[in-house]
Each structure stands twice: as C-alpha cells, then as structure tokens.
Design a protein around this ligand. Structure first.
Ligand code: PLP
Length: 452
C-alpha cells in the first residue's frame, strides 16, 4: 500500500522507504535486480533473497553486497594460517578425498554378492591398527560415549571421578551426555583427588554398569592432585571405559619415521589403554587420529557388538563418505605412512623446512619472515607449543586475507598479521604469497626491500 510519505506498507505490516537517489523512482523489480547479480553464480532464489532484503532496506544498490555475503557464508576450503593445526572453527583435521560419482560397496560383500556390514572396513582396519579386537565407527566422539553408556549402562550406574566431569566445549558435558544415555551418574572422589578407595566405597551401594574415565582434554588440574590409573580401576570388576578424546592410536607412533615427537609425551593412546585392561576406549576421528569427523568405539568384541546392536547405533552411524575417508586414514596407519595423513605431516614438518618456505613466500610477497609457535588445538595436548616459522605483514589485515579466494585465515600478534606455515599445506604457499603480495601496500613493500 502506497502511503503519502513516500513509504510503502508491506504485506507483513513493515514500512519501507521507496525513495532512491533520484527521488521518486519506483523500486526496481526484485526479479530484475536478482537477475543483474547472476554473475555471482548463486542460485536464483538466493539472489532473490538478497534483492528483496536490499529493496526492503530502501537501498537497492546494496543487493550485490548482500548476495556476496550469502556467497561468503557458504562452506568452502580455506587456507589455515593460524598455526592451530586442529582448528575447531576450521573443521579440525584437514582432509581431502576425491571420489568419482559412483556407488560404493557400503553394505555389499563383494565376494558373496550378499548384504555386508558397513562397519567391516574402516572399523576393522582401525581396530587392526591399534591392536583392538573390534571397533565401531559413529558420527563423533560425543556419539561414541553416548552409545556406549546407552548400550551398556542404561538404567544402571556409571562411576566417574569428580575431576573428570568436564565440559570439552561445543556443548559436550560429560554429566549431560550420561543423562542423555539413560545411565545414572555416580560421582566419585573430589575435584582434585580421586583414589581407588573412593571408587571402592561407591561400589556396594551402586548398581555399576561401567566405570568411566574421561581424558581432561583442554583443562588441567595442577598441584595437589591424584587420580586412579586404568589398571587399578580394572580390579574393581565392572568394564572400564576410557574416553580418550584425542585418538592417539599408539604412544610408539610407528607411523612416524622419527618416532614420537616430544610434545606427545604423556598423551594416553588407544593401544596402551586397552593393554592396561580397559574394556573399551572411545575417541574422535578428527583430532590426533587425523581423519574425518567420526567417533570410534574400540575394544572387547562383545561390548562393541552390544553397541552396534543398540537402536541408537543406527541414528549415530556415519555415511559412506566418512567411512571411505576413515578407511584411507586406517590404511595409512597400517602402512606406517604418517606423511600421507595431513595432520601428522604438518605436525612433524621440520622447522628448517618451514623457515625455507617462509623465505620463499617473503621474497615473493614483501612480507617478513617471523618465528612462530603452533598449537595442536581441538583440546589436544593443551599447553604444548610446536616451534614454527611464518610470515608477517604490518597491521591487522585479517579481513583482507579472508576476502581472498580461497580465504586465508591468519592471526594478529603485536599489531602484525602473522601467517604460521605449519598449518598451511605446502601446495598452498603460492596462494598465500599471492594473497600477501596483494595486501602489502606499495610503500610498505618498497620500504621492506630497502631494508634488506
Ligand atoms: C573432543 C572430546 C570429545 C568430543 O568428541 P567430538 O568428536 O567433538 O564429539 C569427548 N571427550 C573427550 C575427552 C574429548 O576430548
């Protein structure tokens, strides 16, 4: 409805201005405006959204900017120059999987032509790589713990140390996952000290389905502390489940030619935890395992089978894409080929190699070589730093770098924008140099050249 004051009452009751720079021009038709944005490559309905919003805001000329914002919000590959190797906002472990548009033998046994199990490959191969008798793959680490508690302890008690009732982030809180599974939480000990005798005291009064030990991940209790190790817990009787979180398969890292890096010291691993007598371990696929987002339940075959039979297993199962990616990861571990797992390749890249890459990028772009320290991230091995090298430019240029295609995600340190090369794939060095060359101002680049 046209009103006398140059405004329109829309169907939804909102009022919008219709005047434009030329004064009395009518708003351009939404459809025509949307068509003028076709070069952005977005589907027409999304361009219509941008055009409609722009007209509603009384600023038709903002339609392109709005459409660009819609395009920018889509999922896309980015260059992670943050130095946080497993960056939760960037999908944790980097992973590439190229697949032809074909079906896969997801639930077909190729030898018999009959129905097979989707858990036969990735699960069994990972079990083999960590020396477990059986393993089941679900959607993520939270799903793994939820399924274990639902399948093995619903309506029963689960003993957990008060020091391990943690929140990992992103809404994962151990007491809430337990409640969701239908198991009852029995808190044992104190926040800083939980002894075997605390568990023993809780046993008689409880109907214990499981004893659960949870890796504290991204937080530490230091000072006057005590916790009970797996071998002691095993003596209590009920199955001991250890939520390892990070998914280090073996403390000896046989997939790394140089052996375990120093920063890994003290990180519990699936193989050793099972050897200590844990009935099951659970962990994520996209942390130290270096695979796609997934959750793994590994250990005693009868317990793994009980998890697989539980109705929730169907709701928590991953799809074929994830299982193929995880199978690739498992095969790389079995080949002892850590270099083909992107996370392990970047985590173990020698400092000299990173420095040499930084020199090349600096020479091409006018940026400056700087020392960096990377972090593993995703709550894994918190507080440990990995010496690294990178390049820096003056000021906060993170917005300009994010606008690059593909977007480059950097950090600001001491009023400089720093790109840490440990988290950047070497194939992306050329992209990074181009992006930096584009944002280093002529004066700055010239000044830099003059100083050398
Ligand atoms: C990360 C983590 C989880 C959650 O795993 P997601 O894969 O993020 O669901 C659970 N427990 C521990 C100890 C963790 O570190």
């Amino acid at each position: 409805m046209q009103r006398g004051d140059g405004q329109v009452q829309r169907g939804d009751g909102q009022v919008q201005r219709v005047t434009s720079s030329s004064g009395d021009a009518r708003p351009p038709a939404v459809d025509r405006l949307a068509r003028s944005l076709a070069d952005l490559g977005l589907p027409h309905p999304l361009l219509v959204d941008a055009a409609r919003e722009a007209i509603a805001a009384g600023d038709a000329s903002s339609a392109r900017e709005r459409a660009e914002a819609i395009a920018l919000a889509l999922l896309r590959p980015v260059v992670n120059a943050t130095g946080v190797l497993l960056h939760t906002n960037l999908g944790r472990a980097p992973f590439g999987l190229a697949l032809a548009p074909r079906s896969a033998n997801l639930e077909l046994d190729l030898s018999t032509g009959r129905r097979g199990s989707r858990n036969q490959r990735a699960g069994s191969l990972l079990a083999r790589a960590m020396g477990a008798e059986a393993a089941l793959v679900v959607n993520n680490g939270a799903a793994a713990l939820l399924l274990v508690c639902a399948a093995l302890a619903a309506g029963r008690d689960v003993l957990v140390s008060r020091g391990e009732l943690v929140e990992i982030g992103g809404g994962f809180r151990v007491p809430e996952v337990l409640a969701g599974s239908g198991a009852r939480l029995v808190e044992v000990g104190t926040t800083n000290r939980t002894r075997l005798s605390d568990y023993e005291r809780a046993m008689p009064a409880a109907d214990v389905g499981l004893v659960l030990k949870v890796h504290q991940s991204n937080y530490r209790i230091v000072g006057f502390t005590e916790s009970t190790a797996v071998p002691a817990l095993v003596g209590l009787g009920p199955p001991v489940v250890v939520d390892l979180g990070s998914g280090l398969l073996d403390t000896a890292t046989p997939w790394l030619a140089g052996g375990p890096p120093g920063w890994l010291a003290g990180e519990p691993a699936a193989r050793q935890t099972l050897e200590e007598g844990a009935a099951l371990v659970t962990f994520s696929g996209d942390k130290l395992l270096g695979g796609p987002q997934a959750g793994i339940i590994a250990g005693r075959p009868d317990l793994v089978a009980a998890c697989a039979r539980h109705p929730l297993a169907r709701a928590l199962r991953p799809g074929g894409l994830v299982l193929q990616a995880l199978q690739e990861t498992a095969l790389a571990y079995l080949r002892r080929d850590g270099d083909s797992i992107p996370f392990w390749r970047m985590a173990t890249a020698p400092l000299a190699e990173l420095r040499a890459r930084a020199e090349v990028i600096a020479a091409k772009s006018g940026a400056e070589v700087v020392e960096c320290s990377s972090a593993v991230g995703a709550g894994s091995v918190p507080g440990k730093e990995l010496a690294s090298a990178g390049v820096a430019v003056a000021g906060d240029r993170t917005v300009a770098l994010r606008a690059f295609d593909p977007p480059v995600i950097a950090r600001v340190r001491d009023r400089r924008t720093v790109c840490d090369l440990r988290s950047v794939h070497p194939d992306d060095d050329v992209l990074l140099a181009d992006a930096l060359a584009g944002i280093v101002g002529p004066r700055e680049a010239a000044g830099d050249a003059g100083c050398r």
